[in-house]
Design a protein around this ligand. Structure first.
Ligand code: NOJ
Ligand code: NOJ
Length: 480
């Protein structure tokens, strides 16, 4: 909470006295430069993630969304959160000898989830749309926004990377016993997820925020990626017919995503085909950027360099800059730039424990920091920046010279370098925003308050930590 105190201090006056006793701590933390903070925060995030996996009263391979058991109760397993967390466990496996075993536990737990009758479906295969389970793997029996079809797709994607690693290590036995066999009806976890995704992607379901029933960009792009990678993997496993089928469905999913672009709005819409958007009239949502970060691939539509994606990132930044009071503060205590804290969507009313006012989220803020660096990496590799009417405002915001009607910046153009540096600087400004609201011990809840900057909602949200680890990986590759 101490970083948030700084914020209170910033606004000055009487509040300062109340919190001044704590400000000693924040002062020493502030002396660490950003690089040091990132390094420390990586360790803290890894610890946060590991503390959430296979808890004592849970099943092996199960992951708590947060240790918070009341107000809100997040002490449960969500397929989406769990899959994104396991993606990081796998990516950081060089730092953890047990990582592959942890993923094997996760695979077995996931298979059990698939076979557990629940409120999304009593029988195979509709049961796969169930978004959450109790921490011991028993079904969650209360009302909920179900089904949510991003889960099986995200889970398949991370388990495919595990399977490939196991094949490399010569552990084919686990792969064919638990992860993938061609037989139908599916008897293995990846196969079941791919079949479910390939057969049900057209169906209406709840979004990742568990609020809106419809068709969602985030869910669709996750499904596309699962089937795209699933197709190559199936082929490798000698399942050629399925490989063709997955590939064909993937193509149709990608095609269906074209409809999410709105030239009127100037950004990619988050949901289509709903009859209750719960007040999200803008249809502008960080979910689109999360989807691109997690599931897009260079060279395909909706990758980070797609002008429609760039325009969406720009629209998100502008929107959130104006909706949250804390975003009026644009420098940290050392006078360095802080970008806006980002939330899920501007009209959000979920305050982390019920209805009220929505707030910025760590994982949303991290997503933008990550996006900017991935974009930087791609532009650098390409050696040029294409500028269109859609992307001109975004690029103009990064550079000093007027772009006017320039259409392309080549490698030798000094403005090209300015773009690369600008992306890095902006990403750092988002990381400073996250740092500003992070607890002195590195803790990150789900949200930070839009007015006073204090953390709120589920404490130690496992997904907050995973989102930082994801950002850190991308930064290592694309920052110099
Ligand atoms: C809990 C969900 O997880 C959250 O995303 C949602 O906003 C609230 N319920 C309100 O429906
Ligand atoms: C609420 C979020 O909206 C949802 O995306 C998440 O899965 C759950 N909380 C658990 O963290």
């Amino acid at each position: 909470m101490n970083k948030a105190n700084r914020f209170v201090k910033w606004w000055g006056t009487s509040v300062v006295c109340v919190f001044s006793g704590l400000s000693v701590l924040s002062a020493s933390a502030a002396e660490l430069n950003l690089e040091n903070w990132i390094r420390t925060q990586t360790t803290r995030s890894l610890n946060g993630v590991h503390a959430a996996i296979s808890p004592r009263d849970g099943a092996p391979g199960s992951i708590m969304a947060s240790p918070s058991r009341a107000n809100p109760d997040y002490y449960a397993y969500w397929v989406r959160d769990g899959s994104l967390v396991m993606k990081e466990v796998f990516a950081y496996r060089s730092l953890d000898r047990r990582a592959v075993d942890t993923l094997k536990d996760f695979a077995m737990f996931s298979r059990r989830n698939q076979l557990t009758p629940n409120k999304s479906g009593e029988f195979f295969d509709r049961a796969l749309g169930e978004p959450k389970f109790e921490i011991d793997g028993s079904p969650y029996t209360k009302n909920w926004g179900r089904p949510q079809n991003d889960g099986p797709a995200l889970r398949a994607s991370v388990l495919i990377t595990l399977a490939e690693e196991l094949i490399l290590q010569g552990d084919r036995d686990f792969v064919s016993r638990v992860l993938y066999r061609a037989e139908l009806p599916a008897t293995t976890v990846i196969k079941a997820d791919l079949e479910y995704t390939a057969h049900h992607w057209r169906e209406s379901n709840f979004d990742l925020w568990e609020e809106v029933n419809g068709h969602h960009f985030y869910t669709r792009i996750a499904q596309w990626r699962a089937l795209e990678d699933g197709s190559s993997f199936a082929k490798r496993m000698g399942d050629g017919t399925a490989a063709n089928y997955y590939h064909q469905q993937a193509g149709m999913i990608l095609e269906s995503l074209q409809a999410y672009w709105s030239s009127n709005a100037g950004y990619l819409l988050t949901t289509l085909g709903t009859n209750n958007n719960r007040g999200k009239d803008s249809n502008l949502d960080i979910a689109v950027l999360l989807g691109v970060n997690q599931s897009s691939k260079p060279g395909f539509a909706f990758s980070v360099t797609d002008p429609r994606v760039i325009a969406t990132a720009y629209a998100l930044e502008r929107k959130f800059a104006e909706v949250y009071t804390i975003n009026g503060v644009t420098t940290d205590r050392d006078g360095r730039a802080m970008a806006p804290g980002l939330g899920r969507y501007a009209e959000d009313v979920y305050n982390g424990n019920g209805e009220g006012r929505g707030n910025p989220w760590f994982l949303a803020t991290h997503a933008m920091a990550e996006y900017l660096l991935t974009l930087r990496g791609e532009l650098k590799r390409a050696g040029s920046v294409q500028i269109t009417d859609l992307t001109r405002p975004f690029f103009q915001g990064l550079v000093s010279r007027q772009l006017m009607n320039k259409r392309r910046l080549g490698r030798t153009d000094p403005t090209f370098n300015e773009v690369l540096t600008g992306l890095q600087a902006k990403s750092d400004a988002y990381i400073r925003r996250s740092r500003f609201h992070t607890g002195a011990n590195g803790s990150q809840a789900e949200q930070f308050n839009r007015e006073d900057g204090f953390m709120q909602g589920a404490r130690d949200l496992t997904w907050s930590y995973a989102s930082f680890l994801s950002l850190r990986r991308v930064r290592d590759r694309n920052y110099e």
